[in-house]
Design a protein around this ligand. Structure first.
Ligand SMILES: Cc1cc2nc3c(=O)[nH]c(=O)nc-3n(C[C@H](O)[C@H](O)[C@H](O)COP(=O)(O)O)c2cc1C
Length: 65
C-alpha cells in the first residue's frame, strides 16, 4: 500500500471475503497462504478524517485484570 501511494495510487485493504473461494478462483497453490485483498486505484474523493489513536492510558492495564 505504501508502494502504491509512492506510485501515485490509493488503496484499501479488505479481509471480508471468502478466502477459500478466492484461492480456488485464482488456483492458489496449496503451499501459499492468502493475505488481505488490496484494491488499488485512484481516489474519487478524500477520506473522511480519522479520530486518531486513543490514549494508551485508556487501553493498557498493567499488573492486574
Ligand atoms: C487488514 C484490514 C482489513 C480490512 N478489511 C475490511 C473489509 O473486509 N471490509 C471493510 O468494509 N473494511 C475493511 N477494512 C477497512 C477498510 O480498509 C477501510 O479502511 C474502510 O472500509 C474505510 O471506511 P471507513 O472510513 O468507514 O472506516 C480493513 C482494514 C484493514 C487494515
Amino acid at each position: 500500500m505504501l508502494t502504491a501511494k509512492a506510485m501515485g495510487y490509493d488503496s484499501c485493504p479488505m479481509i471480508g471475503f471468502e478466502i477459500e473461494k478466492v484461492a480456488e478462483l485464482i488456483n492458489l497453490p496449496k503451499d501459499y497462504v492468502m493475505g488481505p485483498m488490496v484494491a488499488i486505484g485512484k481516489k474519487v474523493k478524500d477520506p473522511w478524517p480519522k479520530p486518531g489513536q486513543l490514549p494508551l492510558s485508556d487501553l493498557v492495564i498493567e499488573n492486574k485484570f
